[in-house]
Design a protein around this ligand. Structure first.
Ligand code: DQQ
Length: 535
């Protein structure tokens, strides 16, 4: 079966065609946001990777430029893999990236490219200085698991960068390299951090302001709290911890001693190889993440494209200090057209209502729910404390509960044979404390058979004792990108309806619990199409 062209996203970042994966080297420079990304110019599957390059004034409207970095020197002849941007003291942007230097084996070497002309705000040309490579695998290091340098930070006369790696077959490591001049780099004896999780791809390490402050910090600014993120090859999720950094020893310690295994995720859905940058224009830290297709490879090839970037998110430390909060950058709201609102509408057990008056296949929906009572919350089995996904797999949107499931059916067909459910379900633990689960359930999203339809879920650390909880979903044809409780828990899903496409897609609020749910307020906006790389 051929996938409808109407499933191509409207306002999520995409080139006109072909495969994309990791965001690379995001930065703000002379009034422009730059995004580079792993791109196959020859097809809709991974391969022939180069760094494609787009620029934007607002992180939403994008203009495609010529590719920035391609294989051209002995140390990157067989691949230019992921990396990050650092602005040097003289103002020159530099890209640290991984090169593959030989055929048939992914032997990994770290390289640098410099902006050729720092007075060009579009940074169109990049040069690879003769002192490449800047780091090679040492004897005893796993040379095929050694990649993805971070943005470098400067403290007390030294630059540092991290490179992801794997030790002894199962220990994920963030190697530290130090340099005085950004040319000669030496590996520190101890990694910044490591854990028994498998390979750490695309590490990201940055300071955060004190709990609750939404502004971001420049990467070289020393702070009391830091975030370390790693992308786990094994599970394909991006995990992070909040902790402290000792710049004398270059060691990082998560606040939660078990943090590496507790597995906080940026996003509990399809979101990988993400990377942040500090945006001095709006004093915020912005997160980019890659959302792969969940479609089959033959479908990807038939469509001629695969992969998108999530809507960039502002990211900051939650008032609890224990986790991050993420929210779509405010600029996305410029795409909002005609709003439709609903207020003070009670949804009885087993009931639902349709939100009408807009085309919801490309929309932004914000809802505030109020739960009338938590009395009927189901008992929480602590065996699932670390397994929201499994719990939601068992208790999907159609499984009746006490408090919830309640939430949205998005990209739903008129007969409801197709629908993606984004919802909450509230449990009560042994002490009577509410436990909130957020799920994105695509099991009924499409009648097409050969799709990957994983249920995604995370717990939401929010105080629901007042009964209040909010949900926002960015719906974009084959994307459902959701933010629970103001961005405490995020889930991006890719879905490919066969009927709920374009004008045939509907939006509902549902309640499959035994407790009344009030929609205190719902606003849904149709979303306009931004400039998207000329497509
Ligand atoms: N993708 C890149 C690697 C990185 C992986 C290759 C993560 O550098 O580790 O395209 O998706």
């Amino acid at each position: 079966s051929i996938v409808s062209p109407l499933l191509r996203t409207g306002y999520h970042f995409q080139p006109p065609m072909n495969w994309i994966n990791d965001p690379n080297g995001p930065l703000y420079y002379m009034g422009w946001y730059h995004l580079f990304y792993q791109y196959n110019p020859k097809g809709a599957v991974w391969g022939n990777i180069i760094w494609a390059h787009s620029v934007s004034r607002d992180l939403i409207n994008w203009i495609a430029l010529e590719p920035a970095i391609k294989p051209s020197i002995p140390t990157d002849m067989y691949g230019v893999w992921s990396g990050s941007a650092t602005i040097l003291p003289d103002g020159t942007p530099a890209m640290l990236y991984t090169g593959i230097d030989r055929p048939n084996i992914n032997y990994q070497i770290q390289n640098i490219a410099l902006a050729k002309n720092k007075s060009d705000p579009l940074l169109r040309e990049w040069v690879k200085p003769g002192y490449n490579p800047i780091a090679v695998p040492e004897p005893g290091m796993n040379a095929t698991q050694f990649r993805d340098p971070t943005t470098a930070w400067y403290i007390d006369g030294h630059w540092r960068m991290l490179v992801g790696g794997l030790k002894d077959g199962r220990r994920g490591v963030a190697h530290v390299y130090r340099s005085r001049d950004f040319k000669t780099w030496k590996r520190a004896k101890h990694p910044l951090h490591s854990a028994l999780t498998g390979m750490w791809e695309c590490p990201d390490f940055f300071p955060v302001h004190e709990a609750g402050v939404q502004n971001g910090l420049e990467t070289s600014q020393f702070a009391a709290k830091y975030v370390l993120k790693n992308s786990l090859d094994l599970t394909r999720y991006d995990y992070y911890t909040v902790g402290t950094y000792n710049n004398k020893t270059d060691r990082y310690v998560p606040d939660d001693a078990n943090g590496d295994y507790r597995r906080l995720q940026y996003d509990y859905g399809n979101f990988y190889a993400s990377k942040t940058f500090y945006d001095p224009a709006k004093q915020r830290r912005v997160l980019f993440g890659w959302a792969n297709e969940s479609d089959s490879v033959p479908h990807d090839k038939a469509k001629g494209w695969a992969g998108i970037q999530a809507i960039p998110r502002k990211i900051w430390l939650d008032p609890s200090g224990k986790q991050l909060v993420q929210w779509p950058v405010e600029e996305v709201e410029k795409l909002r057209a005609k709003p439709v609102s609903v207020a003070n509408k009670v949804v009885k057990p087993g009931q639902n209502f349709e939100v009408t008056g807009l085309q919801s296949y490309q929309s932004d929906v914000e809802v505030s729910f109020e739960v009338s009572s938590l009395e009927k919350a189901e008992p929480f089995d602590p065996a699932f404390s670390n397994d929201a996904q499994k719990l939601c797999g068992m208790k999907g949107a159609d499984v009746k509960g006490g408090v919830g499931p309640f939430g949205l059916w998005v990209l739903a067909s008129a007969n409801l044979a197709e629908k993606t459910a984004v919802f909450f379900r509230v449990f009560k633990d042994g002490y009577g404390k509410p436990v909130v689960l957020m799920c994105s359930d695509p099991t009924k999203s499409s009648l097409t058979s050969d799709l990957y339809k994983p249920t995604f879920a995370g717990f939401v650390e929010t105080d629901i004792s007042s009964g209040k909880i909010s949900l926002r979903s960015l719906i974009d044809r084959s994307v459902v990108e959701s933010f629970g409780a103001g961005g405490k828990t995020c889930i991006l899903s890719r879905v490919y309806p066969s009927m709920a496409i374009g004008q045939n897609a509907h939006l509902y609020v549902f309640n499959n619990g035994e407790t009344d749910i009030k929609v205190s307020h719902l606003t849904a906006w149709e979303m306009k199409k931004p400039l998207m790389n000329g497509a």
